[in-house]
Design a protein around this ligand. Structure first.
Ligand SMILES: Nc1ncnc2c1ncn2[C@@H]1O[C@H](COP(=O)(O)OP(=O)(O)OP(=O)(O)O)[C@@H](O)[C@H]1O
Length: 709
């Protein structure tokens, strides 16, 4: 039975022919001599391995046949109308790149498409010369074809190199994008895991081996079974993430780490994709393994679960903690599950964390309780300390993780990472408010979210039998200290215990955390993804400008790096200023209408706004203009309608086109910010920037920003 190796180009099959292509490839994979397939060599072919096959009366597949060790493989190059297929088949040649050993398909007789000549007189040297790239190294170390290097060296700027990269799917295009971003040859060799080519490179066995190299997975996939074939064909380009992983992504999916591992990377660099693939890989490695895949909110967890089901419906997703399979859950829901499972056995953990018990630990304290306590207590503290933000952060970052029970404990506790110093009198006054908060919760019998996670952590820490073998975390930047303590005590300290994906630039909830303080020791096990798959270079540049001057520090207390690149280009974002709410609504309606009229599907267009109030107004405005729009809250975005959601809710989503109406902070919000202690105000402003960065990076192709003067 021949094995199918699917090329990325070939997976983008014309919709009209998809069903027939599926039948053709299924039959080919079962028996290539099946009558009707007409698998034939072609006259005057540049490569004797080329075969064409009959998909139907007018379409043919172009393939390469490889025979090695008694087994047959077909590399599917593409499917074209009959005459085009014959032309392609005559021209293409498959070889092993003599430098890096990767598969390379060249079109022999095709004229080289020149890079669009730049008619303006050159102001600067071409990009690669400016960066200082060495032509020789590009050819002799990276293995780029000479003609590609010549074109790249002629390109004036980054956009022209990206245009060139888009013409070369796979490793050549990816290397060009990295070079345009200024990466060194050595960095690219390491990231792409390039190795020296074998001495002889022309036998079928050598060619077959070239497809097994890590960087070949960018462009080619060995299709395991019919089910996988069906999913590749049905999903086309949208399903690329499931099949064609970057060698770097694949390494993070497959490698074993001796302890907690942190994968950082900007929006759209494929962190979630790595997590989902890794969850599957761990489940396949050991079907008895209990894997927890978790993230900040329930909505995000649902999206992770959907992604895992799309990747591989055979991976068991278990609803219960502690069962074999993948348990996908929001981190607060996880804490509640631990508390529920513990039943009456929670008393010791509550006493350990709070110094007292609660009668209804499953119920949650309302978020308004800090405000009520401040308003009803006569405090000597200044406004910048007697506010919800300061107190809730102090409670979550200092009091709970250190298990402080009383004023004496609070007077002694170290407060690393808190911007504001407190003298003894202030500490006493702060404790008085915390004590009042706790007294109210005791009456109600409830725990707040951070208390629940802290109690769950203490409960698990006291148990010898752990409830998970592997914990995978998405959106790590948003988790609180108690969340980390919970996750740490959920899984024992062993290899592949915790795998954390995060992006400091996307922290939109809570205050910065340093993992090492809560028992999660990364110590050198940390890597960063830099290639953005989602966003065009133009939108990425705009999004990066939002966070450029911010001071961001990561989970290991180090300055966060940037340097992201995109392999796709598109139009520049449109930034439009308006001076009233009605102008804002009108501008959004006009953009959305124009997109819909030009044929965009309503659910591929997203409208993002600052809060629920604006969301509902926006839906009304769109609906009044005949646009079928829907406010999205906790539910999944609807199909067939334009989704309107807050920027917070938009985390984890993506749309082809996005209009972002970021609005303006209300006078009440400005007054609230003004009253904060300076370091907390700075952090709140950083989060506000991050929120706009998150929102701007939801757009795959086009972005419109409507801002209020
Ligand atoms: N190897 C790949 N090939 C093709 N597409 C990919 C690949 N990896 C990721 N993508 C696509 O890039 C987009 C972003 O991926 P993903 O959501 O994993 O990024 P992320 O880093 O988690 O982003 P964010 O931080 O914004 O949530 C998705 O559309 C995903 O399908």
């Amino acid at each position: 039975m021949p094995t199918i190796i699917m090329g990325k180009l070939a997976s983008k099959i014309d919709g009209s022919i998809r069903a027939k292509a599926m039948t053709f490839l299924q039959k080919l994979g079962a028996d290539d001599t099946t009558p009707g397939l007409h698998v034939e060599p072609i006259q005057n072919a540049s490569d004797s391995r080329v075969r064409t096959g009959r998909v139907d009366g007018s379409w043919r597949a172009v393939m390469f046949r490889l025979d090695s060790g008694g087994e047959r493989h077909y590399v599917i190059h593409g499917i074209w109308p009959h005459d085009d297929a014959n032309t392609v088949a005559q021209r293409v040649r498959l070889s092993v790149n003599p430098i890096n050993g990767l598969p390379q398909v060249e079109e022999i007789a095709a004229p080289v498409v020149p890079v669009t000549p730049d008619t303006t007189p050159p102001v600067n040297q071409p990009l690669f010369a400016r960066i200082g790239h060495d032509r020789g190294a590009l050819v002799n170390t990276l293995g780029l074809p000479q003609d590609v290097v010549d074109q790249a060296f002629a390109a004036a700027d980054e956009d022209t190199v990206l245009d060139l990269a888009q013409r070369y799917d796979g490793w050549i295009g990816t290397i060009l994008v990295d070079l345009a971003a200024g990466d060194t040859v050595e960095a690219i060799v390491a990231r792409m895991q390039l190795e020296k080519a074998p001495p002889s490179g022309d036998t079928d066995t050598d060619v077959l081996n070239s497809f097994k190299r890590p960087a070949a997975a960018l462009q080619y996939a060995f299709i395991g079974d019919q089910e996988e074939l069906r999913r590749v064909i049905e999903q086309g380009d949208f399903g690329a993430w499931r099949i064609f992983l970057h060698p770097e992504q694949r390494r993070y999916v497959e490698r074993s780490y001796s302890g907690p591992f942190r994968l950082s990377g900007g929006a759209g660099t494929g962190k979630t994709v790595v997590l989902i693939h890794r969850a599957r890989a761990l489940a396949q490695r050991d079907p008895q393994a209990r894997i927890v895949l978790t993230t900040f909110t329930t909505n995000l967890a649902e999206a992770l679960g959907d992604g895992l089901a799309q990747l591989d419906p055979r991976v068991p997703q278990t609803k219960a903690l502690g069962q074999p399979g993948v348990h996908v859950t929001g981190v607060d829901a996880l804490a509640s599950a631990v508390l529920r499972n513990a039943g009456s056995g929670l008393a010791a953990a509550m006493r350990e964390v709070l110094g007292e018990e609660r009668s209804a630990p499953i119920a949650r304290t309302p978020s308004t309780q800090w405000r009520e306590v401040i308003e009803s207590t006569d405090t000597s503290l200044p406004h910048e300390l007697a506010n919800e933000m300061f107190l809730s952060t102090e409670y979550a970052h200092i009091v709970l993780p250190n298990k402080v029970h009383d004023e004496a404990g609070y007077l002694r506790v170290r407060r690393p990472g808190r911007g504001v110093a407190l003298d003894r009198a202030k500490r006493s006054a702060v404790w008085a408010l915390i004590a009042a908060y706790r007294a109210q919760s005791r009456i109600d019998g409830k725990l707040d979210f951070t208390e629940a996670a802290a109690v769950a952590a203490a409960h698990l820490a006291g148990q010898a039998n752990k409830q998970a073998d592997h914990v995978l975390v998405d959106e790590g930047q948003d988790l609180s200290p108690s969340h980390w303590q919970l996750l740490r005590s959920l899984v024992g300290q062993h290899s592949d215990d915790l795998f954390i994906a995060e992006d400091t630039h996307q922290r939109i909830y809570g205050t910065r955390v340093v993992l090492g303080r809560y028992g999660v020791a990364i110590v050198g096990r940390s890597q960063r993804l830099t290639l953005n798959y989602r966003t065009t270079a133009q939108n990425l540049q705009y999004a990066m400008s939002i966070i450029d001057s911010g001071q961001y520090v990561d989970l290991e207390d180090q300055p966060e790096a940037t340097g992201y690149r995109s392999a796709r280009t598109g139009p520049n974002p449109i930034v439009e200023s308006v001076d009233s709410l009605s102008e804002e609504l009108k501008a959004v309606v006009n953009h959305v209408r124009a997109w819909l009229e030009s044929g965009d599907a309503p659910d591929t267009v997203g409208v993002l706004v600052q809060d629920r109030f604006h969301r509902d107004r926006m839906v009304t405005a769109l609906t009044e203009h005949g646009i079928d729009a829907r406010a999205v809250d906790r539910e999944r975005p609807p199909s067939g309608r334009v989704p309107v959601m807050t920027m917070h809710r938009a985390k984890g989503t993506e749309f082809s086109k996005v209009v972002l109406a970021a609005g303006r902070p209300s006078p009440a919000e400005l007054a609230r910010l003004e009253a904060l202690e300076p370091s907390e105000r700075a952090d709140a402003e950083l989060r506000a920037r991050s929120l706009r960065y998150v929102a701007a990076t939801r757009a795959r192709d086009e972005l419109v920003v409507v801002s209020r003067l």
